[in-house]
Every structure is written in C-alpha cells, then in structure tokens.
Design a protein around this ligand. Structure first.
Ligand SMILES: [Fe+2]
Length: 422
C-alpha cells in the first residue's frame, strides 16, 4: 500500500556549465556495446581532438587504446561540438577500467558488469535537469549498482540544444562510471516540419545505443544481454504496427532468446500500457494493442515504462486482467524533471491490478539474484537513508511450470534460491 507521504513542489532547473577547455572531454558517458565491449561517448568543442580512448586497469597506465568515430549535427542556429564514439574491449567482467578521452584531460573510470549473478540495475525515467534530478542521482550513487536503465525522456531540452550539453555535463559523474542504457521518450523527438521531419537528431547523435549488435536498423529499438537477462528497449515513438520494422525486429529478436541462457526477459518503453494516473491516460494503448500479445507469449517478466511522473507497480497482467503468466508492469517516470509530478491518480476500477502507486520522485533497483528470483525496490528521493518505499520478490516466468510449456528451466533451478542470497 502507498503511504501518505506528501512531497514539496518541483525543484528548479539546473544548468551545468562548461568549465573545461575546448579540447578537454565533457559529457562523458559509457554504454554496453556488444559482448565484453563498452562504448565511450564524449564531446569536445575543439574539432581537432582525435576520437581516441586510452584505457587500462591501473590509474594512469593505459595498456590499450582504441580509435572510433565522430559526428556532429546542426539544429536551427545551433551547431553541436564534436561528438566522439569509441568502442573499447574486449573487457574483463566486474573490473575497474581507467580511461582518458582524446589523449588529454582528466582520467575517468568505470566498472564493467559482472559475468554471473547477482547483477543490479538502477531504473529511472524522465530525468530532466532539476534539483530533483540531482537528488535522484545522488540517491542512486549512495549504493552500488551495475547498469543504469532509462526508459525515456532524458534532457528535456525540447529543441533548446544547449540543454542537451548541460544534461550531458550533469549526468557525467554517474554515466561515466556505469553503463547507461537508454530508450527514447517524447522529449527526444524534437522534430520540425521540413527541417527535421524524422526527429531524434540530437538523441541519435549523442546517445547511440548498440542497435546494430541486436540486428536492429534503428537506434530507437534494440536489445542486449547481460548476466542472465535479455533486455529489450522498445520505441514508443517509432512505428510498431504489425507491418513495421520494429514489430518484425521484435519478433525476430524474441525468437532468438534462449531462456536457459537468459532466463530474465525484461522490456523498457516510454509510454505505459497500464496506468491509473490521470496524466497521459491512454497514450500507450495503441502500442499495447499492437504488441502486448507478442510480449505475453514470450513470457516477458517485467515491463518498465516512464512518461508518467509518478511511481506505479501493477500485478502480472494480460489484456487488462490479472494473469499469472503476464508481465509485471512498473511505471518509473519519476526521475525528477521540470514538469513536476503527476499527482492525480484515478479511482481504481479494479483494485487487484494496481498494487502500489505514489506521486513522488525516486528510482528503482532490480537486483537479479539468480535464475529464478529477483528483488525489485523503489526508493523515494527524500528518504534520508534511501528507504525502500516499495519492494517485491519476483519469480522468473521461464521457471514457472504453469506458464512454460517447454519447461526449459529444469526443476533444480527452482531450488537454488535461498533467503541468504537476498
Ligand atoms: Fe514523456
């Protein structure tokens, strides 16, 4: 049950200024880029800086070096800096790598994900750049985690391009240390008739994800594997009807999933399919109608969404009814943006579906303990000691005999979970 906590009003916008030289790296962030590889992205105002990353496992000692590519873009009167993308690896699991971008400037470091359970994901959508965003990121950094998952709405630049740069600088202390995997929200579209009709100009240039590695032809939808989890990032703002490339790609991607290798099947998208908040009511309905059956038949474990600036956790659902073989739906669009909270929830028509809902900023943590069990928790920002306001132990659907005709996960997997592992 949600408690009666009442939040103060939304925090003001935070601009993170550029305080380094033009040739120094800024807006540094890393993402997973195929098996054992990481992509390093950064921006320089100086176009002569090479797209090179030097890296190694000891501070100041760079045993390896890799060269990548660069891009830039124009948007109305704005011209971006030089945006560098360099893929490095193969890298060892659960290892700290120290790295330098463009052959100069400060040293950064990141930790690679582990190669075996447990693995912990942070999930937070609709971040923006306000005092609340800072509060969320500060709470996130108080406990360790392996990979950051962002279900859309990053900078809230909304066509004011320098705000993309400011956002990159705001998140750098976090996104340079752990892989950030994102999908797009409505605030990433930024389309302009005739000039930028297809949209996503800044998003695609600044936050390219490993879509090619998963057979996708679009940065707007892709998938990746990490420690027993196959994670699918869907595009709420790309076509998703049965004739669309996204639909065909999703079918092909799901057909390749081997639940004995990746028992956990997790989907992220932006506009929620299930939502009892008054905000954005029904906006995910067309996508739900197009894709819900596909995800249900694949036995997706969890669907995370953003867009609604509140937290809401549903039970397992299929076609608007509780179903033990459907995904758990979680709305986590509460990262802390300038639009504030979605405070008004509607009266529940079916109280059995929406389990927990609260209009507060915060973040979620999904700790996958083993093949059969994961722990989900939601952490409200203002709890001084990062109290879990909501939590649930989740059983994997591939391990549930009643939902799995193939029984691809053997019975003995069920017995591996013990309370000590929590
Ligand atoms: Fe949104």
């Amino acid at each position: 049950m949600a408690d009666v906590y009442r939040r103060p009003p939304v925090g003001s916008k935070v601009i993170t200024p550029h305080q380094r030289t033009d040739s120094d790296p800024q807006q540094v962030h890393v993402s997973l880029a195929g098996k054992d590889h990481i992509q390093v992205t950064w921006v320089t105002n100086d176009k002569h800086v090479p797209s090179v990353v030097d890296y190694g496992t000891r501070p100041g000692e760079y045993a390896a070096s890799a060269t990548g590519v660069h891009t830039s873009y124009r948007y109305l009167f704005y011209k971006s800096g030089k945006i560098h993308h360099v893929k490095i690896g193969p890298l060892s699991p659960k290892t700290v790598y120290y790295y330098r971008c463009g052959g100069q400037g400060q040293e950064f470091s990141f930790t690679t994900p582990p190669s075996s359970y447990p693995i912990e994901f942070v999930v937070a959508g609709d971040l923006g750049q306000t005092e609340w965003t800072k509060s969320t990121l500060s709470q996130v950094s108080k406990s360790d985690y392996d990979v950051f998952l962002l279900p859309g709405d990053l900078s809230y630049a909304d066509t004011t391009q320098p705000l993309w740069d400011s956002f990159g600088r705001l998140v750098e202390p976090y996104a340079s240390q752990r892989p950030w995997m994102v999908t797009q929200g409505n605030h990433e579209v930024e389309s302009i008739p005739i000039l930028h009709p297809r949209g996503f100009k800044a998003y695609n240039a600044r936050w390219p994800m490993p879509y090619g590695e998963s057979g996708s032809t679009s940065n707007l939808y892709y998938s990746f594997d990490v420690v027993g989890a196959h994670i699918i990032m869907l595009g709420s703002y790309a076509k998703f009807d049965a004739k669309s490339d996204q639909y065909k790609w999703l079918q092909a991607d799901l057909a390749k999933v081997d639940r004995s290798v990746t028992p956990w099947l997790i989907v992220l998208l932006h506009a929620p399919w299930y939502n009892t908040n008054v905000a954005h009511k029904g906006e995910g309905e067309a996508m739900r109608k197009a894709l819900e059956e596909v995800l249900y038949k694949a036995r997706v474990d969890i669907v995370f969404a953003g867009h609604v600036h509140a937290y809401e956790r549903f039970t397992r659902i299929y076609d608007n009814k509780a179903d033990p073989c459907g995904p758990i739906y979680i709305t986590i669009g509460d990262g802390g943006n300038r639009e504030g909270l979605a405070r008004e929830f509607e009266k529940l028509k079916d109280p059995s579906l929406s389990v927990f809902r609260e209009s507060s900023f915060g973040h979620g943590r999904l700790k996958i303990i083993n093949e059969t069990h994961a722990h989900w928790s939601w952490h409200r920002n203002d709890d001084e000691f990062s109290k879990q306001a909501d939590e649930i132990l989740i059983e994997n659907l591939a391990a549930a005999r009643t939902c799995n005709a193939d029984n691809t996960v053997p019975d003995e997997a069920q017995s591996k979970f013990t309370n000590d592992e929590l």
